[in-house]
Design a protein around this ligand. Structure first.
Ligand SMILES: *Cc1c(COP(=O)(O)O)cnc(C)c1O
Length: 386
């Protein structure tokens, strides 16, 4: 049944445009219910060809399945071969797959933007590739080459191009995964790995939209420990913070701000983004020390802020400094440069400047402008392709 109703890539490209413009989300179910020769008036052809049927003005950060995913596998002792674009859908796994039993997995996240000229843009994709490579070494996994990773991102974005939002309406979030898919029983590295990339159109990460975040400083749970895997984007770092995040959200906070696990008094980061504080012309952020994730947005913002004349310090930032800060903001691919409106620590809430003219806004406009192609990229960060 699925065989018959899910067309191959080749067949799909021969279909009349709009064949897959299913209701609000393109799931397998909705394809299956599509008549094979949809009658579409000529006048709407070009529109349907260019864009999927999505309410672009109301995108959040939920999963909206797209047409294709990139998949390739590799056994121990080999390198990843050329991947292919499969229809997006479920994957089959052995119950004893390394990722299911022992959490051997890494993820990445980057965004493709659509430029006014119709071309697509990626932001520093080789940085994601390098991070996955370093993470794979830490997790005893085989990783794709930098070139293959970047090429796979481009191919995935192009195959799902009609899901890339119009300029100014968001981006196509690309989610690379590297997972141990070979069977294991005793604790050991998996004998086989799968590298795949799926995509979803997105806009705002937090339900607050672009409104300031209200963070809660967590004292009962640590996110990472010294010499652990806090600096690696391994899937195994994320389920353990769900409890703290859920609790904070149920108390009305947007997310959790973690402290270091040794002294319990220095800032680390938020569940899925890095943190900065600003006072006068000085911007500070916790130094990369092995327990925080080395964000690509963080690294880029540090460089841009220096160019704009701020003094940027990467150092130990004590939680007590939150009381004196003028501004606090978070950085990450998903959130961009997001303003923090308040932080609550030991029953004390401190509020920050978030109105117009903030450093946060200046940095967000700058980086977003570069990422979307409206500000000239003088650093060679942006990859344009079609
Ligand atoms: C992904 C992630 C970040 C942000 O990294 P970017 O490369 O800027 O997207 C920060 N902290 C954590 C814990 C993350 O998982």
């Amino acid at each position: 049944m699925i065989q018959r109703t899910v067309p191959s890539l080749r067949k799909l490209l021969l279909r009349p445009p709009g064949y897959l413009s299913s209701s609000k989300i393109g799931t397998y179910q909705s394809y299956a219910s599509q008549p094979s020769s949809l009658q579409i008036p000529d006048s709407t052809y070009s529109d349907l060809d260019e864009y999927a049927n999505v309410d672009w003005d109301n995108l959040g950060f939920g999963l909206m399945p797209t047409d294709f995913m990139y998949v390739t596998k590799c056994s121990t002792g080999q390198n990843f071969g050329h991947g292919q674009l499969d229809r997006y859908g479920n994957i089959e796994l052995s119950p004893s797959a390394g990722v299911l039993n022992y959490g051997q997995g890494l993820f990445e996240g980057t965004k493709a933007y659509r430029k006014e000229n119709g071309k697509l843009l990626l932001f520093r994709p080789e940085e994601n590739a390098i991070r996955m490579k370093i993470g794979a070494e830490r997790m005893c996994m085989i990783s794709p080459s930098i070139h293959q990773f970047v090429d796979a991102l481009k191919r995935t974005a192009l195959a799902n191009k009609r899901w890339v939002p119009p300029p100014g309406k968001g981006s196509l979030y690309l989610r690379p995964l590297l997972i141990g898919t070979g069977p294991v029983l005793g604790l050991a590295p998996s004998p086989e790995y799968t590298f795949l990339i799926y995509a979803s159109p997105v806009r705002n990460y937090f339900k607050e939209g672009s409104a300031p975040l209200n963070l809660y400083v967590e004292e009962d749970f640590d996110r990472a420990s010294t010499r652990g895997t806090g600096s690696v984007k391994t899937i195994s770092n994320y389920a353990p913070v769900l409890m703290a995040q859920t609790r904070a959200k149920s108390r009305g906070f947007s997310d959790v701000l973690y402290l270091d696990s040794v002294n319990k008094k220095n800032l680390e980061e938020v569940s899925s983004c890095n943190i900065f504080i600003a006072k006068g012309k000085i911007i500070s952020t916790p130094a990369i020390n092995g327990t925080i994730l080395s964000g690509i947005t963080r690294k880029s913002v540090i460089e841009l802020a220096s160019d704009l004349g701020y003094l940027v310090e990467e150092r130990v930032v004590a939680v007590d400094e939150l009381i004196e800060a003028d501004e606090v903001f978070c950085t990450g691919t998903a959130v961009g440069v997001a303003p923090v409106g308040s932080i609550t620590y030991q029953n004390r809430r401190v509020d920050y400047k978030t109105d117009s003219g903030t450093i946060c806004q200046e940095l967000n406009n700058t980086i977003l402008g570069i990422q979307t192609g409206t500000i000239e990229d003088k650093k060679g960060w942006v990859v344009e392709f079609d």
